[in-house]
Design a protein around this ligand. Sequence first.
Ligand code: SF4
Length: 446
Amino acid sequence: MIYYGLYPFVVVIMMRVGFYTLGCKTNQFETQALERLFAARGHTVVDFRSEADVYIVNTCTVTALGDKKSRAAARQAKKRNPNATLIVCGCYAQVSPDAVRELCGADIVVGSSGKGQIVELAEQAQAGHVLQPDLPPALAKKPFECLPAGGLLGRTRALLKVQDGCQNFCTYCLIPFARGPSRSMPFDDAVRECARLEREGYREIVVTGIEISSYGLDLSPARSLAQLAPALCAAAPETRIRLGSLEPRTVTEEFCLALSCHRNLCPHFHLSLQSGCDTTLRAMGRRYDTERFALSCELLRRYFPGCAITTDLITGFPGESEQDFAQTLDFLRRIAFAQVHIFPYSRRKGTRAFSMPGQIPRAEREARAHAAAQVCAQTRMQFLQSRVGQTAEVLFEQRENGLFFGHDMQYCPVRMPGEHLSGQVRLVRIAAAGPDGLSAEPLQSC
Ligand code: SF4
Protein backbone atom coordinates (compact mmCIF):
# COMPACT_ATOMS: atom_id res chain seq x y z
CA MET A 1 0.00 0.00 0.00
CA ILE A 2 1.24 3.51 -0.73
CA TYR A 3 -0.11 6.96 -0.06
CA TYR A 4 1.17 10.46 -0.54
CA GLY A 5 2.61 11.65 2.72
CA LEU A 6 2.52 14.91 4.56
CA TYR A 7 5.97 15.78 3.33
CA PRO A 8 6.12 17.39 -0.13
CA PHE A 9 6.87 15.03 -3.01
CA VAL A 10 7.38 11.97 -0.79
CA VAL A 11 5.34 8.89 -1.48
CA VAL A 12 4.94 7.14 1.88
CA ILE A 13 5.32 3.40 1.60
CA MET A 14 3.81 1.35 4.38
CA MET A 15 6.68 -0.19 6.32
CA ARG A 16 7.36 -3.02 8.72
CA VAL A 17 9.45 -1.55 11.52
CA GLY A 18 11.47 -3.60 14.02
CA PHE A 19 12.88 -2.12 17.23
CA TYR A 20 15.66 -3.18 19.55
CA THR A 21 16.16 -1.29 22.80
CA LEU A 22 19.11 -1.37 25.15
CA GLY A 23 19.61 0.35 28.46
CA CYS A 24 17.43 2.25 30.84
CA LYS A 25 13.71 2.93 31.22
CA THR A 26 14.14 6.27 29.46
CA ASN A 27 15.30 4.46 26.34
CA GLN A 28 12.40 2.03 26.68
CA PHE A 29 10.02 4.98 26.95
CA GLU A 30 11.46 6.53 23.80
CA THR A 31 11.12 3.30 21.84
CA GLN A 32 7.50 2.95 22.98
CA ALA A 33 6.86 6.51 21.87
CA LEU A 34 8.38 5.79 18.45
CA GLU A 35 6.24 2.66 18.11
CA ARG A 36 3.18 4.81 18.72
CA LEU A 37 4.33 7.42 16.19
CA PHE A 38 4.99 4.78 13.50
CA ALA A 39 1.65 3.06 14.19
CA ALA A 40 -0.17 6.39 14.02
CA ARG A 41 1.19 6.80 10.46
CA GLY A 42 -0.17 3.38 9.48
CA HIS A 43 3.11 1.42 9.66
CA THR A 44 3.37 -2.00 11.30
CA VAL A 45 5.61 -2.65 14.27
CA VAL A 46 7.11 -6.13 13.92
CA ASP A 47 9.35 -8.34 16.03
CA PHE A 48 12.98 -7.32 15.69
CA ARG A 49 13.84 -10.95 14.91
CA SER A 50 11.63 -10.97 11.83
CA GLU A 51 12.21 -9.41 8.42
CA ALA A 52 11.48 -5.69 8.45
CA ASP A 53 11.86 -2.75 6.06
CA VAL A 54 13.29 -0.51 8.76
CA TYR A 55 15.23 -1.50 11.84
CA ILE A 56 15.72 0.94 14.68
CA VAL A 57 18.33 0.16 17.33
CA ASN A 58 18.04 2.43 20.37
CA THR A 59 21.49 2.15 21.94
CA CYS A 60 23.08 2.50 25.37
CA THR A 61 26.61 3.51 26.38
CA VAL A 62 26.47 3.30 30.17
CA THR A 63 29.04 0.46 30.17
CA ALA A 64 31.42 -1.03 27.61
CA LEU A 65 29.00 -3.95 27.47
CA GLY A 66 26.23 -1.56 26.43
CA ASP A 67 28.39 -0.42 23.48
CA LYS A 68 29.10 -3.99 22.49
CA LYS A 69 25.48 -5.11 22.66
CA SER A 70 24.43 -2.03 20.69
CA ARG A 71 26.87 -2.88 17.88
CA ALA A 72 25.80 -6.53 17.88
CA ALA A 73 22.09 -5.65 17.59
CA ALA A 74 22.75 -3.26 14.70
CA ARG A 75 24.85 -5.86 12.85
CA GLN A 76 22.17 -8.53 13.35
CA ALA A 77 19.58 -6.25 11.78
CA LYS A 78 21.78 -5.55 8.77
CA LYS A 79 22.40 -9.26 8.35
CA ARG A 80 18.73 -10.16 8.59
CA ASN A 81 17.74 -7.85 5.77
CA PRO A 82 20.61 -6.08 4.01
CA ASN A 83 18.08 -4.02 2.01
CA ALA A 84 16.39 -2.63 5.11
CA THR A 85 17.06 0.89 6.35
CA LEU A 86 19.05 0.69 9.56
CA ILE A 87 18.61 3.63 11.90
CA VAL A 88 20.78 3.66 15.00
CA CYS A 89 19.92 6.18 17.70
CA GLY A 90 20.45 6.82 21.40
CA CYS A 91 23.38 7.31 23.73
CA TYR A 92 26.01 5.13 22.03
CA ALA A 93 25.11 6.65 18.64
CA GLN A 94 25.50 10.12 20.17
CA VAL A 95 28.99 9.57 21.59
CA SER A 96 30.36 7.29 18.85
CA PRO A 97 28.58 8.17 15.58
CA ASP A 98 31.53 7.15 13.39
CA ALA A 99 31.75 3.69 14.98
CA VAL A 100 28.01 3.29 14.48
CA ARG A 101 28.34 4.12 10.79
CA GLU A 102 31.52 2.17 10.10
CA LEU A 103 31.28 -0.84 12.42
CA CYS A 104 27.52 -1.34 12.34
CA GLY A 105 26.67 -0.20 8.80
CA ALA A 106 24.00 2.25 9.98
CA ASP A 107 22.27 4.12 7.17
CA ILE A 108 21.13 6.93 9.47
CA VAL A 109 22.49 7.95 12.85
CA VAL A 110 20.34 9.91 15.30
CA GLY A 111 21.70 10.88 18.71
CA SER A 112 19.98 10.99 22.05
CA SER A 113 17.73 13.90 21.11
CA GLY A 114 15.55 14.48 18.05
CA LYS A 115 14.12 10.96 18.12
CA GLY A 116 10.72 12.36 17.11
CA GLN A 117 12.10 12.98 13.57
CA ILE A 118 12.86 9.27 13.06
CA VAL A 119 9.46 8.48 11.50
CA GLU A 120 10.00 11.08 8.80
CA LEU A 121 13.60 9.99 8.23
CA ALA A 122 12.47 6.36 7.80
CA GLU A 123 9.70 7.32 5.37
CA GLN A 124 12.09 9.45 3.35
CA ALA A 125 14.65 6.64 3.26
CA GLN A 126 12.06 4.12 2.05
CA ALA A 127 11.14 6.58 -0.69
CA GLY A 128 14.80 6.64 -1.74
CA HIS A 129 15.98 9.78 0.06
CA VAL A 130 18.39 8.80 2.79
CA LEU A 131 18.93 11.96 4.84
CA GLN A 132 21.50 12.17 7.59
CA PRO A 133 20.36 14.78 10.14
CA ASP A 134 22.91 16.93 11.92
CA LEU A 135 23.92 15.47 15.24
CA PRO A 136 23.66 18.40 17.67
CA PRO A 137 26.47 18.37 20.27
CA ALA A 138 25.18 16.51 23.32
CA LEU A 139 26.34 19.22 25.71
CA ALA A 140 24.37 21.94 23.88
CA LYS A 141 21.30 23.20 25.72
CA LYS A 142 18.09 21.92 24.13
CA PRO A 143 14.41 21.93 24.93
CA PHE A 144 12.66 18.90 26.40
CA GLU A 145 11.36 16.74 23.57
CA CYS A 146 7.76 15.74 24.32
CA LEU A 147 7.00 12.26 22.98
CA PRO A 148 3.73 10.36 23.50
CA ALA A 149 3.67 8.02 26.50
CA GLY A 150 2.12 4.55 26.56
CA GLY A 151 3.15 1.41 24.67
CA LEU A 152 1.24 -0.43 21.97
CA LEU A 153 1.13 -3.74 23.81
CA GLY A 154 -1.53 -3.94 26.49
CA ARG A 155 -2.48 -1.30 28.98
CA THR A 156 -0.67 -2.59 32.04
CA ARG A 157 2.24 -0.34 32.87
CA ALA A 158 3.14 2.91 31.11
CA LEU A 159 6.38 4.79 31.33
CA LEU A 160 6.15 8.56 31.56
CA LYS A 161 9.36 10.45 30.86
CA VAL A 162 9.29 13.80 32.66
CA GLN A 163 12.97 14.73 32.50
CA ASP A 164 16.01 14.18 30.29
CA GLY A 165 19.75 14.77 30.63
CA CYS A 166 22.07 15.19 33.59
CA GLN A 167 24.68 17.72 34.57
CA ASN A 168 26.07 16.08 37.67
CA PHE A 169 29.14 14.68 35.88
CA CYS A 170 29.81 11.86 38.31
CA THR A 171 33.41 10.91 37.58
CA TYR A 172 32.63 7.45 36.14
CA CYS A 173 29.62 8.34 34.02
CA LEU A 174 29.37 9.14 30.32
CA ILE A 175 25.67 9.93 30.38
CA PRO A 176 25.99 13.74 30.61
CA PHE A 177 28.11 13.56 27.42
CA ALA A 178 25.44 11.46 25.73
CA ARG A 179 22.25 13.08 26.99
CA GLY A 180 23.26 16.70 27.64
CA PRO A 181 22.05 19.08 30.33
CA SER A 182 19.00 18.41 32.44
CA ARG A 183 15.67 19.53 30.98
CA SER A 184 12.14 18.96 32.19
CA MET A 185 8.70 18.38 30.77
CA PRO A 186 6.50 21.39 31.53
CA PHE A 187 4.65 20.75 34.80
CA ASP A 188 1.10 21.03 33.41
CA ASP A 189 1.95 18.80 30.41
CA ALA A 190 3.26 16.08 32.74
CA VAL A 191 0.10 16.24 34.86
CA ARG A 192 -2.14 16.16 31.75
CA GLU A 193 -0.21 13.24 30.24
CA CYS A 194 -0.53 11.30 33.50
CA ALA A 195 -4.32 11.86 33.58
CA ARG A 196 -4.55 10.76 29.92
CA LEU A 197 -2.73 7.51 30.68
CA GLU A 198 -5.23 6.78 33.45
CA ARG A 199 -8.14 7.51 31.08
CA GLU A 200 -6.57 5.13 28.54
CA GLY A 201 -6.74 2.39 31.16
CA TYR A 202 -3.13 1.96 32.31
CA ARG A 203 -2.95 0.50 35.81
CA GLU A 204 0.52 1.76 36.68
CA ILE A 205 2.62 4.73 35.56
CA VAL A 206 6.38 4.72 36.09
CA VAL A 207 7.82 8.23 36.29
CA THR A 208 11.15 8.12 34.48
CA GLY A 209 13.99 10.30 33.35
CA ILE A 210 17.76 10.29 33.39
CA GLU A 211 17.90 12.11 36.73
CA ILE A 212 14.35 12.83 37.87
CA SER A 213 15.64 14.37 41.09
CA SER A 214 16.65 17.37 38.95
CA TYR A 215 13.08 17.70 37.67
CA GLY A 216 11.91 21.28 37.27
CA LEU A 217 15.11 23.13 38.17
CA ASP A 218 15.27 24.43 34.57
CA LEU A 219 11.60 25.47 34.43
CA SER A 220 10.39 28.99 35.00
CA PRO A 221 9.10 29.24 37.65
CA ALA A 222 11.31 26.48 39.01
CA ARG A 223 9.54 23.30 40.12
CA SER A 224 10.67 20.20 41.97
CA LEU A 225 9.96 16.50 42.05
CA ALA A 226 8.47 17.06 45.51
CA GLN A 227 5.83 19.19 43.76
CA LEU A 228 5.40 17.06 40.66
CA ALA A 229 5.08 13.62 42.25
CA PRO A 230 2.04 14.48 44.45
CA ALA A 231 0.44 16.28 41.49
CA LEU A 232 0.83 13.13 39.35
CA CYS A 233 -0.68 10.99 42.13
CA ALA A 234 -3.65 13.36 42.34
CA ALA A 235 -4.08 13.47 38.54
CA ALA A 236 -4.40 9.67 38.28
CA PRO A 237 -5.86 8.62 41.64
CA GLU A 238 -6.92 5.14 40.47
CA THR A 239 -3.52 4.34 38.97
CA ARG A 240 -0.38 3.25 40.75
CA ILE A 241 2.41 5.81 40.47
CA ARG A 242 5.95 4.46 40.76
CA LEU A 243 8.94 6.78 40.96
CA GLY A 244 12.13 6.05 39.04
CA SER A 245 15.63 6.33 40.47
CA LEU A 246 16.11 9.11 43.05
CA GLU A 247 19.20 10.97 44.17
CA PRO A 248 19.25 10.25 47.93
CA ARG A 249 19.09 13.92 48.96
CA THR A 250 15.70 14.26 47.24
CA VAL A 251 14.22 12.44 50.21
CA THR A 252 13.46 15.05 52.85
CA GLU A 253 10.75 15.29 55.49
CA GLU A 254 8.86 17.65 53.17
CA PHE A 255 9.09 15.15 50.28
CA CYS A 256 7.81 12.31 52.46
CA LEU A 257 4.99 14.42 53.93
CA ALA A 258 3.83 15.53 50.48
CA LEU A 259 3.69 11.95 49.20
CA SER A 260 2.63 9.85 52.15
CA CYS A 261 -1.02 10.91 51.89
CA HIS A 262 -1.32 9.45 48.36
CA ARG A 263 -2.31 5.80 48.63
CA ASN A 264 -1.61 5.24 44.92
CA LEU A 265 2.10 6.09 45.32
CA CYS A 266 4.03 2.82 45.24
CA PRO A 267 6.05 2.40 48.45
CA HIS A 268 9.08 1.44 46.39
CA PHE A 269 11.99 3.85 46.31
CA HIS A 270 15.10 3.34 44.24
CA LEU A 271 17.86 5.44 45.81
CA SER A 272 21.08 5.38 43.87
CA LEU A 273 23.92 4.41 46.28
CA GLN A 274 26.90 3.33 44.07
CA SER A 275 29.21 2.85 47.07
CA GLY A 276 28.81 2.41 50.82
CA CYS A 277 32.19 4.02 51.52
CA ASP A 278 32.51 7.81 51.89
CA THR A 279 36.02 7.94 50.40
CA THR A 280 34.81 6.15 47.27
CA LEU A 281 31.66 8.28 47.06
CA ARG A 282 33.83 11.41 47.09
CA ALA A 283 36.07 10.00 44.34
CA MET A 284 32.96 9.19 42.33
CA GLY A 285 31.81 12.80 42.62
CA ARG A 286 28.59 11.79 44.36
CA ARG A 287 27.14 14.60 46.45
CA TYR A 288 25.99 12.70 49.54
CA ASP A 289 27.70 10.57 52.12
CA THR A 290 26.57 7.36 53.73
CA GLU A 291 25.00 9.15 56.73
CA ARG A 292 22.84 11.29 54.43
CA PHE A 293 21.87 8.18 52.52
CA ALA A 294 20.97 6.37 55.76
CA LEU A 295 18.86 9.37 56.85
CA SER A 296 16.85 9.12 53.60
CA CYS A 297 16.20 5.44 54.25
CA GLU A 298 15.16 6.15 57.82
CA LEU A 299 12.70 8.85 56.66
CA LEU A 300 11.25 6.57 54.00
CA ARG A 301 10.76 3.72 56.46
CA ARG A 302 9.13 6.08 58.97
CA TYR A 303 6.67 7.59 56.48
CA PHE A 304 6.11 4.45 54.33
CA PRO A 305 6.29 1.48 56.73
CA GLY A 306 7.15 -1.73 54.89
CA CYS A 307 8.40 0.14 51.82
CA ALA A 308 10.96 -1.44 49.51
CA ILE A 309 14.24 0.43 49.16
CA THR A 310 16.31 -0.69 46.18
CA THR A 311 19.58 0.61 44.81
CA ASP A 312 22.51 0.41 42.36
CA LEU A 313 26.08 -0.40 43.32
CA ILE A 314 29.40 -0.17 41.48
CA THR A 315 32.21 -2.45 42.64
CA GLY A 316 35.92 -1.96 42.01
CA PHE A 317 35.90 1.81 41.36
CA PRO A 318 39.50 3.08 40.93
CA GLY A 319 41.19 3.38 44.29
CA GLU A 320 38.58 1.31 46.16
CA SER A 321 40.69 -0.53 48.74
CA GLU A 322 39.71 -3.78 50.41
CA GLN A 323 38.82 -1.81 53.55
CA ASP A 324 36.68 0.57 51.48
CA PHE A 325 34.87 -2.38 49.97
CA ALA A 326 34.41 -3.96 53.41
CA GLN A 327 32.70 -0.71 54.48
CA THR A 328 30.38 -1.03 51.50
CA LEU A 329 29.44 -4.58 52.50
CA ASP A 330 28.72 -3.38 56.05
CA PHE A 331 26.55 -0.58 54.71
CA LEU A 332 24.62 -2.99 52.50
CA ARG A 333 23.87 -5.09 55.59
CA ARG A 334 22.94 -2.02 57.63
CA ILE A 335 20.42 -0.67 55.10
CA ALA A 336 19.14 -4.15 54.15
CA PHE A 337 18.01 -3.27 50.65
CA ALA A 338 15.10 -5.11 49.08
CA GLN A 339 17.11 -5.40 45.85
CA VAL A 340 20.46 -4.20 44.53
CA HIS A 341 21.60 -3.93 40.92
CA ILE A 342 25.34 -4.55 41.03
CA PHE A 343 27.75 -3.52 38.29
CA PRO A 344 31.50 -4.10 38.25
CA TYR A 345 33.06 -0.71 37.42
CA SER A 346 33.26 -0.12 33.65
CA ARG A 347 36.12 2.12 32.51
CA ARG A 348 34.72 4.71 30.10
CA LYS A 349 37.01 6.85 27.97
CA GLY A 350 36.09 10.52 28.32
CA THR A 351 35.29 10.33 32.02
CA ARG A 352 37.54 11.56 34.83
CA ALA A 353 37.69 8.13 36.43
CA PHE A 354 39.23 6.72 33.25
CA SER A 355 42.60 8.22 34.12
CA MET A 356 42.42 7.91 37.89
CA PRO A 357 45.21 5.98 39.60
CA GLY A 358 44.43 2.70 41.31
CA GLN A 359 42.51 1.00 38.48
CA ILE A 360 41.41 -2.41 39.72
CA PRO A 361 41.77 -5.52 37.56
CA ARG A 362 38.58 -6.83 36.01
CA ALA A 363 38.71 -10.13 37.92
CA GLU A 364 38.80 -8.28 41.24
CA ARG A 365 35.96 -5.93 40.21
CA GLU A 366 33.89 -8.98 39.35
CA ALA A 367 34.86 -10.85 42.53
CA ARG A 368 33.67 -7.87 44.58
CA ALA A 369 30.42 -7.78 42.61
CA HIS A 370 29.94 -11.44 43.45
CA ALA A 371 30.65 -10.84 47.17
CA ALA A 372 28.20 -7.94 47.23
CA ALA A 373 25.58 -10.07 45.45
CA GLN A 374 25.78 -12.67 48.22
CA VAL A 375 25.08 -10.07 50.91
CA CYS A 376 22.27 -8.57 48.84
CA ALA A 377 20.66 -11.96 48.24
CA GLN A 378 20.36 -12.36 52.02
CA THR A 379 18.82 -8.92 52.59
CA ARG A 380 16.45 -9.48 49.66
CA MET A 381 15.30 -12.76 51.15
CA GLN A 382 14.75 -11.07 54.54
CA PHE A 383 12.61 -8.46 52.83
CA LEU A 384 10.57 -11.02 50.89
CA GLN A 385 10.04 -13.10 54.03
CA SER A 386 8.81 -10.02 55.90
CA ARG A 387 5.93 -9.89 53.40
CA VAL A 388 4.60 -13.38 54.14
CA GLY A 389 1.13 -13.29 55.69
CA GLN A 390 0.56 -9.73 54.49
CA THR A 391 -2.05 -8.46 52.09
CA ALA A 392 -0.66 -7.08 48.82
CA GLU A 393 -2.08 -5.30 45.81
CA VAL A 394 -0.71 -6.99 42.70
CA LEU A 395 -0.81 -5.86 39.11
CA PHE A 396 -0.78 -9.08 37.09
CA GLU A 397 1.02 -8.85 33.77
CA GLN A 398 1.21 -12.25 32.09
CA ARG A 399 0.86 -16.00 32.43
CA GLU A 400 4.03 -18.00 33.05
CA ASN A 401 4.21 -21.77 33.53
CA GLY A 402 0.53 -22.01 34.44
CA LEU A 403 0.64 -19.19 37.01
CA PHE A 404 -0.11 -15.50 36.68
CA PHE A 405 2.85 -13.24 37.24
CA GLY A 406 2.91 -9.62 38.32
CA HIS A 407 4.35 -7.12 40.76
CA ASP A 408 3.03 -5.74 44.01
CA MET A 409 3.28 -2.07 45.05
CA GLN A 410 6.80 -2.73 46.40
CA TYR A 411 7.76 -4.21 43.01
CA CYS A 412 8.22 -7.72 44.37
CA PRO A 413 7.49 -10.39 41.76
CA VAL A 414 4.33 -12.30 42.70
CA ARG A 415 2.91 -15.53 41.24
CA MET A 416 -0.61 -16.83 41.77
CA PRO A 417 -2.90 -19.43 40.19
CA GLY A 418 -6.07 -18.05 38.65
CA GLU A 419 -7.87 -17.17 35.46
CA HIS A 420 -7.94 -14.06 33.30
CA LEU A 421 -5.72 -12.03 35.59
CA SER A 422 -3.53 -10.32 32.98
CA GLY A 423 -3.81 -6.56 33.28
CA GLN A 424 -5.84 -6.87 36.50
CA VAL A 425 -5.08 -5.45 39.92
CA ARG A 426 -5.98 -7.90 42.71
CA LEU A 427 -5.73 -7.92 46.47
CA VAL A 428 -3.92 -11.09 47.47
CA ARG A 429 -2.48 -12.71 50.55
CA ILE A 430 1.23 -13.48 50.42
CA ALA A 431 1.59 -17.17 51.25
CA ALA A 432 5.31 -17.85 50.79
CA ALA A 433 8.62 -16.30 49.78
CA GLY A 434 11.41 -17.85 47.73
CA PRO A 435 14.43 -16.74 45.72
CA ASP A 436 12.17 -16.04 42.69
CA GLY A 437 9.75 -13.85 44.61
CA LEU A 438 6.43 -14.30 46.36
CA SER A 439 3.61 -16.83 46.02
CA ALA A 440 0.12 -15.55 46.68
CA GLU A 441 -3.44 -16.71 47.15
CA PRO A 442 -6.55 -14.77 46.17
CA LEU A 443 -8.18 -12.50 48.74
CA GLN A 444 -10.71 -10.40 46.86
CA SER A 445 -11.09 -8.18 43.79
CA CYS A 446 -10.23 -4.52 44.03
S1 SF4 B 1 23.66 11.45 38.33
FE1 SF4 B 1 25.75 10.77 37.93
S2 SF4 B 1 25.50 8.59 37.47
FE2 SF4 B 1 23.49 9.47 37.22
S3 SF4 B 1 23.34 9.99 35.01
FE3 SF4 B 1 24.08 11.82 36.11
S4 SF4 B 1 26.31 11.71 35.95
FE4 SF4 B 1 25.51 9.64 35.47
